[in-house]
Design a protein around this ligand. Structure first.
Ligand SMILES: C[S@@+](CC[C@H](N)C(=O)[O-])C[C@H]1O[C@@H](n2cnc3c(N)ncnc32)[C@H](O)[C@@H]1O
Ligand code: SF4
Length: 378
């Protein structure tokens, strides 16, 4: 099946997944708003034990079709600790025979030795935070690696992992059209099977956001839209775009595809978000509180939300409309068409084979804002 197949997009809603968050980073990048800690590597072993306990205290379920070990920087973990977390998931839930086990990595951690150790630990797909192949952009993003290091890391990973993905960030004010073009050229030349290309977002509360408040140039919306278009044009020479920011030659990221299909996933670790039985949960985001909760035998929940009725239908559309395959129309889609016939007239949205698809991808967020505020049918 193609990465943007509607059948695959819908099937993914039935997959069972697990997410494990590894918060440790060498340094916190100025744009990053994830649950991360730097300079606390002495906590790694204790954190690892806490995650295993959290897995053990969860309810029976499974087997798992997809696992995502995200961060933070999971590649800072000793590979045997990643391996024992995967084993803990296997003994608790079981792993499907074709399970996909993705792990995020920073290029400075990846070489022939670490790649083969993570592969032996059970990781089957590596997703590397390259961000750019331009050293000027990398420096300004506060990254620890150079373009050469990233290329070597990708080559080392490809020699071991059947599937390698890279993340790119476009639209930093120091990036030029030429620099983005060269990053896309190199991306196409690597022979990897997946790319995620994100526009730089200024997240509130980050050092980047404070710098922008103090006069540092903010990313320009029009420039970012142009860069998205160029990425789509160029990357589609080799890949199929199956979501606003995601491209694959053959296989999409299973875990992400499952989340966009409103699928269910268990979540472990700092600040991790889960979804089971119509309830969305979020874990504590402070590492001391997270570990204290788990060590005293409690689930480390910061909160949970029951998502039902019309809210659930709006959520189904919000997630599904990001995919190239769109989403089964259903009551929410019918309501969009009823309240906003202009979307179809203007060629922004189409309805085809019982699905709603956003045709003008750059307007996806605008459509989703309307979806989230539309009242239920009377
Ligand atoms: C949370 S990071 C974890 C991966 C790894 N630590 C790294 O940074 O390479 C996952 C991806 O999110 C993207 N990302 C994080 N913050 C972002 C931001 N403010 N704007 C755009 N993309 C962002 C980056 O592409 C990054 O590779
Ligand atoms: S972007 Fe990646 S490496 Fe940088 S702080 Fe965030 S999680 Fe850590």
């Amino acid at each position: 099946m193609r990465p943007d197949s509607a059948r695959l997009a819908d099937l993914a809603g039935q997959w069972r997944s697990a997410y494990i968050h590894i918060p440790f980073c060498a340094r916190v990048c100025p744009y990053c708003d994830f649950a991360v800690v730097a300079g606390q590597d002495d906590l790694v072993q204790r954190y690892h034990r806490a995650v295993i306990s959290e897995i053990e205290m969860s309810d029976e379920w499974g087997p798992l079709d997809a696992v995502f070990i995200g961060g933070g920087t999971p590649s800072r973990l000793p590979p045997e600790l990643a391996g024992s977390m995967i084993e803990a998931l296997d003994s608790k839930f079981g792993l499907a025979s074709d399970v996909e086990i993705s792990m995020e990595a920073n290029p400075e951690d990846i070489n022939a030795t670490s790649s083969s150790a993570f592969s032996k630990a059970g990781v089957s797909r590596l997703s590397m935070g390259v961000q750019s192949f331009d050293d000027v952009v990398l420096r300004e993003l506060g990254r620890q690696h150079t373009s050469d290091q990233a290329q070597n890391a990708v080559a080392a990973a490809q020699a071991v992992f059947p599937r390698v993905s890279i993340d790119l960030i476009y639209g930093h004010p120091v990036e030029t059209n030429l620099s983005w073009e060269q990053t896309l050229d190199l991306t196409l030349a690597l022979g990897i099977d997946h790319v995620s290309a994100y526009s730089l977002t200024v997240e509130l509360g980050t050092p980047l956001s404070r710098a922008v408040t103090n006069g540092y140039p903010a990313p320009d919306d029009d420039v970012q839209a142009d860069r998205w278009e160029r990425a789509a044009e160029r990357l589609e020479e080799r890949f199929v775009r199956y979501e606003v920011s995601n491209y694959a030659t053959e296989q999409p990221c299973r875990y992400n595809l499952a989340t966009w299909a409103q699928g269910e996933y268990e979540a472990f670790g700092l600040g991790a978000h889960g979804h089971r039985g119509g309830i969305r949960t979020r874990n504590l985001r402070r590492i001391d509180r997270y570990m204290e909760a788990v060590e005293s035998g409690k689930r480390p929940l910061a909160g949970e939300t029951v998502v039902s009725g019309w809210d659930r239908e709006q959520e189904r559309l919000m997630l599904g409309l990001r995919r190239a395959a769109g989403v089964i129309t259903g009551p929410g889609g019918r309501r969009v068409l009823e309240l906003h016939p202009e979307f179809v007239k203007a060629g922004i949205v189409k309805e085809e084979n019982g699905r709603i698809v956003v045709v003008r991808t750059l307007l996806t967020d605008t459509i989703i804002r309307e979806v989230l505020t539309m009242p239920p049918p009377e």
